[in-house]
Design a protein around this ligand. Structure first.
Ligand SMILES: Nc1ncnc2c1ncn2[C@@H]1O[C@H](COP(=O)(O)OP(=O)(O)OP(=O)(O)O)[C@@H](O)[C@H]1O
Ligand SMILES: [Mg+2]
Length: 168
């Protein structure tokens, strides 16, 4: 049986921190699927389709295009994982404060679907404090995000905030 894992998130937008986890994940699992949660409750800046396109463009930049599948879902994570036949859910832990939330989710997911394991990976120290929300905040005020996100994402952020400020 192929050991498949799902790496779920909102990825609004994908950052070098997320990509660091993807790189580590492909070394461990035979198949890695990035699962982009539509997550309307979080009121994402980018549509789920835009987030998917940016992820694929970013994979191209790091030479992993075709090695990792990128799918979107709008259901409970465990339902998506079951449908895909995944044996594990991959999550990234940045700082100790992530653990509270991550352990709660992992515990609930285990209750909902005991067959699946949650696997936590730690990113490089360079990305330990990096989040999509920080990137959105910096880009909103016109700051330089080039060390945090791939070129394709940087371009999309510029476009998005230009269009938003024009429609205001
Ligand atoms: N810099 C990072 N290093 C390692 N893991 C990360 C990093 N950023 C996010 N992750 C992990 O990736 C998964 C998906 O995260 P998510 O899509 O919520 O991104 P986020 O950066 O936390 O976004 P937001 O700031 O909008 O909450 C989670 O497991 C999260 O802990
Ligand atoms: Mg988060």
């Amino acid at each position: 049986m192929i050991k498949k894992a799902i790496y779920p998130g909102t990825f609004d937008p994908v950052t070098y921190g997320h990509l660091d986890i993807v790189k580590r994940g492909v070394e461990i699992f035979q198949e890695l699927i990035v699962g982009i949660a539509e997550n309307p409750k979080k009121r994402p800046l980018f549509t789920v389709e835009e987030r998917r396109e940016m992820f694929i463009e970013s994979l191209k930049e790091i030479g992993l295009k075709g090695k990792v599948k990128v799918k979107t879902f709008n259901s409970l994570l465990v339902e998506f994982a079951k449908k895909e036949g995944a044996v594990a859910i991959l999550r990234g832990i940045r700082i100790v404060s992530d653990m509270d939330h991550e352990f709660t989710m992992a515990s609930l997911n285990r209750k909902l679907y005991p067959e699946i394991e949650t696997v936590f990976l730690m990113p490089s120290d360079d990305y330990a404090y990096l989040s999509s929300s920080a990137v959105r905040e910096i880009a909103f005020y016109g700051g330089d995000v080039s060390q945090f996100v791939p070129k394709a994402v940087e371009r999309r952020l510029k476009e998005k905030f230009k269009n938003l400020s024009q429609s205001r």
